[in-house]
Design a protein around this ligand. Structure first.
Ligand code: GDP
Ligand code: K
Ligand code: MG
Length: 264
């Protein structure tokens, strides 16, 4: 059975899209051990049935809330075949922060660029091709509340199950990239469920539960060594994600207040 997960910021239109994709074929439960609601549905395409999971809405995939942990763990441990990342086109910079983290995880991402009707009303111009090229993943524009673009999104999603997009890690600059390599080397023989690049980034961000889960003395030593030298990459990593996003939006998005004004 193939499984597709829906991930996105709160109010990006995730549930509306989930309903449009699955119709009446859905059931609601709870994620084990937490009070977070679990919504599962399915759709049929070319006589095959696909499971769809609506994950809790989050801005990030750290470990700051039950919602984030549920979404994060499902993306990495639930092994969905495709992650549909619902991005609100009217708030693209903020929404792409979550996207960068999905890319870091090496998830097989398809972006549903939702609320394009509202973006149009606000005269926000988005070059879909350029956005897709620069992110390295397919982007399909949708208006979930009108079921527009949903067929195309399903087609692209099914296509991506067969053909996983190539993983393009972000660059965090020379020092951090080097440190990621060092940590990955130390983790070579450990058997955590998470992708090594992602673990290394999370550790450099100071994420305590990943450190606990990894349970590796050499890695702990390395992190203590950095700390003793006064090196803390946490803020720099966040900055680099925002740099990555702003580079992309500069190339792909024009907002009315940014349009070039020609003086006559
Ligand atoms: P969620 O929090 O991500 O699950 O978002 P919801 O699916 O609950 O949607 C939030 C609101 O946005 C609801 O009022 C939806 O009807 C509305 N909505 C969803 N998709 C679209 C869209 O493409 N365009 C517009 N204009 N509204 C939408
Ligand atoms: K909501
Ligand atoms: Mg919802």
């Amino acid at each position: 059975m193939n499984t597709i997960a829906l991930v996105g910021n709160p109010n990006s239109g995730k549930t509306t899209l989930f309903n449009a994709i699955t119709g009446a074929n859905q059931h609601v439960g709870n994620w084990p051990g937490v009070t977070v609601e679990k919504k599962v549905g399915e759709f049929k395409f070319n006589n095959k049935i696909y499971d769809v999971v609506d994950l809790p809405g989050t801005y990030s995939l750290g470990a700051f809330s039950e919602d984030e942990v549920v979404a994060r763990d499902y993306v990495v441990k639930g092994n969905p075949d495709v992650v549909i990342n619902v991005v609100d086109a009217t708030n693209i910079e903020r929404n792409l922060y979550l996207t960068t983290q999905l890319l870091e995880m090496g998830a097989n991402v398809v972006i549903a660029l939702n609320m394009v009707d509202e973006a149009k009303t606000r005269e926000i111009e988005i070059n879909i091709e350029s956005l897709s090229k620069n992110l390295g993943v397919p982007v399909i524009s949708t208006v979930a509340s009108k079921k527009s673009g949903v067929e195309k999104l399903i087609e692209k999603t099914v296509e991506c199950i067969e053909k996983k997009s190539e993983y393009h890690p972000l660059s965090y600059g020379e020092n951090i990239d080097k440190e990621i390599k060092t940590i990955k080397e130390l983790l070579k023989d450990s058997k955590a469920d998470y992708p090594a690049d992602w673990i290394a980034i999370k550790l450099l961000e100071g994420n305590k539960d990943i450190l606990e889960e990894v349970n590796n003395k050499d890695v702990e030593k390395r992190l203590t060594f950095l700390k003793d030298k006064g090196i803390d990459y946490e803020l720099e990593i966040v900055d680099k994600r925002y740099d990555f996003i702003s580079n992309i939006t500069k190339k792909s998005v024009v907002k009315p207040d940014e349009a070039v004004v020609t003086l006559s």
